[in-house]
Design a protein. Structure first.
Length: 767
């Protein structure tokens, strides 16, 4: 290589000349990336979907500092026979003893309360007395602890980390396995710890499933396209280094593996593969009279601008997800942006070094695309001119229909696309973890809990007047429609009175109420359950737990409004609450709130992505028409895909909401290469038809293979056990197919119309 050429060409030549050093540096970084990737923690917590800066999250975290809840789960037993038979009651006591003996575990059931009064499980008539006790008050049944056909036990334990949580779940499962409970029937394990454990295990194992599938596809594709094992090795090694370092970057950024994080390595993988296909397709097009060293530099330099522009556009597009208030989506966007930046470095350093180090062959004088594609590329300009208006109209109508399907049509029965934010939507119906949740919901109904955080002056929470007012508020809330039970500090006092044979009601007379609660401060020191509802440190903060059915953000807002109204009513009645405040918090509120962030995530991130990509095109393309038309295929593909989702009943959720940004950030790669080579021919004085032919011959076949790469990569998500990820993989693949179709039809048709040009034959020009 001579000393001339542009600065970019000289830099690329220097990289190729020092190829051994370049490869060694990247290979040394590879184990570092793998080590960092293995350090990334998993986080399946549904309550952490919303970013920590959200006001409801801030309030809930502050509440949890006062009332740390620990991990909570329920063991539900549904025997074939009577849950109050002597055998079933003895087994329930044995299970509770086995689980309760585990370090740091606290169990709570109707039986554990009764055993404070009568502990001899084997005594004659014990089961009968226990049944009478359990059904003698509505308190146990409302909390789902007893029923005509079930018995349940609440379990609480401390586990600061996911590993500690999983270890405790294993110990609980071992205790259940070692304790006979045949009369109790099958145990249903219900609660956030089990759900988080399943989600995190699924997230960790997802990559193991789909990466080999995509790897096999890349092997077949590269061998079929380039017929070279050496080219295959260069591509696979570059991909391995890129993905390992991209995933490891998440540890440096402080991110965790979540239910959508598996999208990140997949996007980096397919985008890098498509980039390498573009680069290598240009590399093998070596003219017969040009030395390989000079041609290699030319091929890289020729693709430097479109590859850089497309990766920058994709990078800023995914970075635009930082506007989302859904934490995993925000992290995934920034993580992917960092990974794409790494892919640009490896594509222009490691990959060309490996091409030369492995002596990847070229095809001097051959047409790499094959005769069939060559004939199609020659015929497409004439076809798209002849049917230009029809092709453009069809794409615009498809986009309009997709927009209507997504946002609805005001004044008609077509509502916006439904939102899917229920945690159960993340789990297949035939999996045990979902079956247990559904069985619990059917038997007990209350799966969602909100917390009413009452703040009074220090010491006031144990004063009879304030406590009685809170008891009246609790009773009023329990009568609300949709509320299955309410538990507060006076619930514990009611249970104590009931256990003493005084009934479960507290006196209405203020003096009698004061007498009944006179030893409350002493109870706070001895009764751990009571300390969960009154802050022992200040004795000025109280929590009331409201159990209700799973619902939407709107239903929780209605519940909050009713709680506020009931509080104000009691506050107006009770001077003891004059200065008190109440706030509704809890993980269920945060989970339901995700729905309110889905559409803003879609519209804001998509709008910002489109703007940033447009600005990128503004720099790359001089033609104003090209800047607009370059986005036509992607916009059509995205909106048409939402139409497919609407017709097939797929909802928007934390995964499918990513379609717009993913498709726009990935498919614009094709349009950048298309217009780059189109303008390349135009600068040499070619006509529109000649420019289109040049574009199709140079990059058209690479667009096809890049689309196949994208489709196959995301289709691999169809093997995920997470329904939202499966749906995301399928519909994203459909969007890629739509985009490629528009690349070869609507985009050339729009060019003919905007440029007001005709085929050379009609213009009287030589072909």
């Amino acid at each position: 290589m001579d000393e001339g050429g542009t600065r970019v060409e000289r830099l690329l030549a220097a990289i190729i000349a020092r190829r051994i050093l370049v490869v060694v540096v990247w290979l040394l970084l590879l184990p570092v990336g793998v080590w960092l990737a293995l350090q990334i923690p998993s986080d399946g917590a549904i309550d952490r979907l919303v970013v920590e800066s959200d006001p409801d999250v801030v309030l809930t975290r502050s509440f949890q500092k006062v009332f740390p809840e620990g991990r909570q789960l329920v063991l539900l037993f549904q025997p074939q026979g009577d849950p109050f038979s002597p055998e079933a009651v003895r087994e329930l006591g044995a299970v509770e003893d086995a689980v309760g003996k585990l370090p740091g575990v606290v169990t709570f059931s109707a039986l554990s309360i009764f055993r404070r009064k009568d502990s001899l499980l084997d005594a004659d008539g014990y089961a009968t007395r226990y049944k009478a006790f359990a059904f003698g008050t509505p308190l146990f049944k409302k909390q789902g602890l007893v029923g005509d056909h079930h018995a349940s036990m609440a379990v609480t334990f401390a586990a600061p980390t996911s590993a500690a949580r999983d270890a405790m779940l294993e110990k609980i499962d071992e205790a259940l396995a070692q304790t006979p409970h045949g009369a109790l029937g099958e145990v249903r394990r219900v609660g956030q710890p089990y759900l988080e454990n399943w989600l995190e295990n699924e997230t960790r194992s997802a990559t193991v499933r789909y990466f080999p599938l995509f790897g096999a596809f890349v092997v077949v594709l590269v061998l079929a396209l380039y017929r070279s094992v050496r080219a295959l090795l260069a591509i696979l090694l570059t991909l391995g280094v890129t993905v390992a370092l991209a995933v490891g970057l998440g540890h440096l950024l402080g991110f965790s593996l979540t239910i959508v994080s598996e999208v990140m390595p997949l996007v980096v993988l397919v985008t890098t593969t498509a980039t390498l296909v573009y680069l290598h397709s240009r590399y093998i097009q070596q003219p017969k009279d040009v030395p390989l060293e000079r041609h290699h530099v030319f091929a890289l330099a020729n693709k430097a601008l479109p590859v850089t522009a497309s990766l920058i556009a994709a990078l800023v597009g995914f970075a635009a997800l930082a506007v989302s208030q859904i934490r995993p989506i925000r992290e995934m966007g920034l993580w992917t942006a960092g990974g794409l930046a790494l892919s640009w470095l490896t594509s222009f350093t490691l990959f060309p070094a490996l091409q030369r180090l492995f002596k990847a062959p070229t095809r001097p004088g051959e047409t790499p695309a094959g005769q069939l594609y060559t004939r199609m590329a020659d015929a497409l300009p004439g076809f798209t001119y002849r049917y230009r208006w029809a092709l453009l109209a069809m794409s615009l109508l498809g986009a309009a229909a997709g927009g209507a399907a997504l946002f609805g049509v005001p004044g008609t029965s077509l509502a916006p696309m439904p939102m899917g934010v229920d945690a159960l939507d993340y789990i297949d119906e035939d999996l045990p973890v979902r079956k247990d949740l559904m069985a619990y919901e059917k038997a007990i109904a209350g799966l969602a809990a909100v917390r009413v955080w009452v703040r009074l002056d220090d010491g006031q929470a144990v004063e009879p007047a304030a406590l009685q007012a809170i008891d009246r508020f609790t009773t009023a809330v329990s009568k609300e429609e949709g509320v299955t039970s309410v538990v507060g500090p006076t619930t514990i006092l009611r249970l104590r009175r009931y256990l003493a044979g005084q009934g479960d009601a507290l006196p209405e007379d203020p003096e009698a109420f004061a007498a009944a609660t006179a030893d409350l401060e002493q109870l706070l020191l001895t009764e751990k359950e009571l300390r969960g509802f009154i802050d022992l440190k200040t004795m000025g903060q109280v929590q009331v737990m409201v159990l209700t059915r799973r619902g939407t953000a709107a239903s929780f807002e209605r519940l909050k409004a009713r709680l506020d109204a009931l509080w104000k009513s009691e506050q107006a009645r009770s001077p003891a609450l004059a200065k008190a405040t109440q706030t509704v918090v809890g993980e269920s509120i945060m989970q339901a709130k995700i729905a309110t962030h889905l559409v803003p995530t879609l519209t804001e991130s998509f709008g910002l992505t489109a703007l940033l990509i447009f600005l990128t095109f503004l720099v790359v393309f001089r033609s104003g028409a090209a800047r607009v038309m370059a986005m036509v295929p992607s916009v059509f593909a995205i909106l048409a895909t939402f139409l497919v989702m609407r017709l097939t009943g797929m909802p928007l959720n934390v995964a499918t909401i990513l379609i717009a940004t993913t498709v726009l950030g990935t498919t614009e790669n094709d349009q950048v290469h298309f217009f780059h080579h189109y303008q390349e021919a135009k600068r040499d004085g070619a006509s529109v038809e000649q420019s289109l032919r040049h574009t199709l011959h140079v990059s058209g076949h690479a667009i096809i293979f890049a689309t196949l790469i994208n489709m196959s990569g995301f289709l691999a998500l169809s093997f995920s056990n997470l329904p939202p990820m499966r749906e995301f993989g399928v519909v994203t693949s459909i969007a890629f197919a739509f985009s490629m179709l528009a690349d070869f039809t609507a985009l050339p048709a729009a060019l003919w119309i905007v440029m007001r040009a005709k085929p050379d034959q009609l213009e009287g020009k030589p072909p």
